[in-house]
Design a binder for this molecule. Structure first.
Ligand code: BGC
Length: 745
């Protein structure tokens, strides 16, 4: 194994002087809960005693990092306790789930991915980093770069969807946004891509359940986004919870050392997911907590994210009796101290609280969030050009649905430090946009849908709104139908509440929860024009809507300024240009589903694999409409044949045939006809987001070289480049038609 750990004089000196207890302390991260007022009723008593226990450990110099503190006065106070708790003045590293913003909430990660726009994504995480750093947070447990092909898995919302190339571009952009030019850049924080590795392939889409991944899927599909994040300089990696092919990820030496360090060249530090070191015992892998600590450390974990009593506390004894090597402990401590040094925490461990308030209130951050929301929305259907709506020709608009007025749901899951008061709902955004033009009537229509089993975030006081006990369902539906009947257009806002998606939020079906389907059908039956606005982080079963509702705009969970962004899209101030980062199934029975399937026996029937329903998706990967139209001319290749390491330039003219300027994400799909392994029928190999003025044509060129063609083959158990023939298609989604071919070798 190559030792990639960086050495510095400061850290060498510290290591020479630290006690074993202090060293082990650096390897432990504690949750520190300051529960919101009123929250925590019935909570595990351990959690309420947590602050005192952690503060005692801080005063003893036995803590390397804390998570979940976001108040700058608190980060300063706890930092002081830590620094004074050890004679070396070693500061704490504060980590937090800065997933899609801290105070300014951006659209959820899957939405950002739907922009297919690295610049927008990098800018979003730059803002998030700036806010986090201002309050004393040094490290984000993000981006989540797990590939997800099964939308039953709620954490599909936290990633970039199904595709390794899109996932890699998004991962790199997020890391650059969080970290800036280099680790330690001012107003930036450490990025912690997670969850290493394969977590998105949970059996049955059930969060935390085991993952059984073939080697070729592992290397070709699930690892590339991690590689991209590491190549972008990520300072941390989080190891996953689940068993990977029978060995828990957080105790898996092959995964955390041979793959992560040796094959991917990762130089930063590895933290476990919450409690995942201790969990090695729960998994029936380690004999007890002490064995769990030893095996996690020896596998390659540097820091344990501990909730209560950390397993790593046992390492002191394990060092004494030789079950772990002191060199391995020093290596882990070194990696953590080097990051603290790079961030400048030895010189400036505290933050300026007044400065933090100013940064959190920066109006430019809200503008960025709105821009990102506008760029993330995906126009799924636009029959008869119902969108954009013309604000000047409307007399009255009905805004209907339980999500239209919910600030909390507008923000989406995985946010904690938001400001509900400044959150613009879709109903508000529409009302503001139409003020002085049209009347806006808002009706809930049906009760807020509810989970059958509560969300784990409820215990922390984070809940979506609920219907009052005396909610009169019939009356609410009647009012909504009347409002729709009287309106020129009905905008129906439906989807999942934010606690129905995210961690611990898997679902066994994809229907619109609660009575929302009934509401939609009742509104459509009025004969008024209907636009469906979807709030979701996974594809939902909208087969009925896809045939009966002319306009469908997917706005995900659009964030702090979501309502303003949605209004600007609906009324044509901006045009949607987002594209689906996943294949949208017709029904849950089709999942897992993705575009890069291989050609198999009876390929003529590949669209009819089920006898009861088409096996094609409802919307293909990469799908998304705009307010203009594009035409693709013939695809050109600059060489019909190149050598094995040669590069072909593929170009195509794309014409904006509408009367409005527009943005198209031009996508190139590749197919290898024969070779060492069977390769996907189509696989995204390149894309570019281009602005094309009305009536204009742009030429888009892609270079397809060895990097785009190389893959890991289970036949040779290695990376290969085949001499073969390639098909290439270029277009606006995975059903692209414009075709060419070239030969390699
Ligand atoms: C999640 C991680 C998260 C951590 C800390 C875990 O349950 O899996 O993604 O970063 O909690 O909140």
């Amino acid at each position: 194994m190559t030792d990639t750990t960086e050495r510095t004089a400061l850290v060498d000196d510290l290591l020479a002087r630290m006690t074993t207890k202090q060293k082990v302390g650096q390897l432990i991260q504690y949750f520190y809960f300051s529960l919101p007022e009123g929250a925590g009723e019935g909570i595990d008593p351990f959690i309420s005693r947590q602050p005192q226990a952690v503060e005692t450990a801080l005063a003893e110099g036995s803590v390397g990092s804390l998570l979940f503190v976001t108040d700058p006065a608190e980060t300063n106070r706890l930092q002081k306790l830590a620094i004074e708790g050890n004679e070396h003045g070693i500061p704490l590293l504060f980590g937090f789930d800065v997933i899609h913003g801290l105070r300014t909430i951006f659209p959820v990660p899957i939405a950002l991915a739907a922009s297919w726009d690295a610049d927008t994504i990098e800018r979003a995480q730059t803002v998030a980093a700036r806010e986090a750093r201002a309050v004393g947070i040094h490290w984000a447990f993000a981006p989540m770069v797990d590939i997800a092909r099964d939308p039953r898995w709620g954490r599909i919302i936290e990633g970039a969807g199904e595709d390794p190339l899109l996932g890699s571009v998004v991962a790199g952009a997020q890391v650059r946004g969080f970290q800036g030019e280099e680790l330690g850049a001012s107003e930036h924080i450490v990025a912690g891509p997670k969850h290493f590795a394969g977590y998105g392939a949970a059996l049955g889409g059930r969060d935390y359940d085991e993952v059984d991944l073939s080697d070729q899927e592992f290397w070709n599909t699930y690892l590339p986004p991690f590689k991209a994040a590491i190549d972008a300089g990520a300072g941390n990696i989080m190891s996953a919870y689940m068993d990977l092919n029978g060995v828990p990820a957080s105790g898996n030496h092959w995964l955390l050392t041979e793959v992560l360090r040796d094959a991917l060249g990762f130089e930063g530090f590895v933290v476990t997911d919450a409690n995942a070191a201790k969990d090695l015992e729960t998994h029936h892998f380690a004999a007890d907590a002490a064995d769990a600590a030893v095996r996690a450390l020896n596998a390659g974990v540097d820091m344990e994210m501990g909730i209560f009593q950390p397993a790593f506390a046992n390492l002191i004894e394990a060092i004494d009796d030789g079950r772990v090597d002191t060199a391995r402990v020093d290596e882990a401590v070194r990696r953590i101290l080097v990051v603290k040094e790079k961030l400048g925490l030895f010189e400036q461990p505290y933050v300026d609280e007044a400065d933090a308030r100013r940064v959190l209130a920066d109006p430019a951050h809200r503008d960025e969030a709105q821009r990102a929301a506008e760029r993330s929305a995906v126009l799924l259907r636009n029959e008869g050009g119902i969108l954009p709506l013309d604000p000047d020709s409307l007399g009255s608009v009905a805004v209907i649905g339980p999500l239209a007025t919910s600030q909390r749901d507008t923000l989406g899951p995985w946010v904690f430090d938001f400001d509900l008061g400044e959150t613009v709902t879709i109903a508000e955004g529409i009302a503001t946009r139409l003020a002085g033009k049209a009347s806006v009537v808002v009706e809930q229509g049906v009760a807020e849908p509810k989970r059958t089993f509560p969300s784990m975030f409820e215990q922390f006081g984070d809940t979506s709104p609920s219907a009052p006990a005396d909610f009169d369902a019939d009356a609410a539906l009647d009012r909504a139908v009347r409002a729709a009947t009287d309106a020129d257009v009905a905008i129906v806002v439906l989807g999942e509440q934010q606690d129905m998606i995210g961690e611990n939020a898997s679902r066994s079906d994809l229907s619109l929860p609660g009575d929302q389907q009934r509401l939609l059908e009742a509104v459509v039956a009025t004969g008024t024009r209907v636009v469906l606005v979807l709030m979701n982080g996974r594809p939902l079963d909208i087969r009925w809507a896809a045939e009966n509702v002319p306009g469908i705009l997917d706005v995900w969970y659009p964030g702090t300024r979501g309502g303003s962004a949605v209004a600007s899209l609906l009324f044509g101030d901006t045009a949607p240009a987002g594209k689906l980062p996943f294949t949208w199934p017709r029904t849950v029975g089709q999942v897992p589903i993705h575009h890069a399937i291989t050609r198999s026996h009876a390929p003529q029937n590949q669209d009819k694999r089920y006898w009861n329903e088409e096996s094609t998706p409802l919307f293909p990967f990469g799908h998304g409409l705009g307010y203009t139209s594009f035409e693709y001319a013939e695809v050109r290749v600059d060489a019909e044949r190149v050598g094995l390491d040669g590069t072909v330039t593929v170009s195509v003219d794309v014409a904006n045939t509408g009367d409005r300027d527009g943005v198209e994400v031009v996508q190139l799909y590749l197919h290898q006809r024969f070779g060492t392994s069977s390769r996907p029928l189509r696989q995204l190999a390149a894309f570019e987001r281009v602005e094309i003025a009305a009536g204009q044509t742009e030429t888009v060129a892609f270079r397809i070289g060895p990097d785009e063609r190389r893959y890991w083959s289970a036949a040779t158990r290695d990376w290969v480049l085949d001499a073969t023939v390639f098909d290439v298609w270029v277009g606006g989604d995975a059903n692209a038609q414009a075709h060419a071919e070239f030969t390699v070798g």
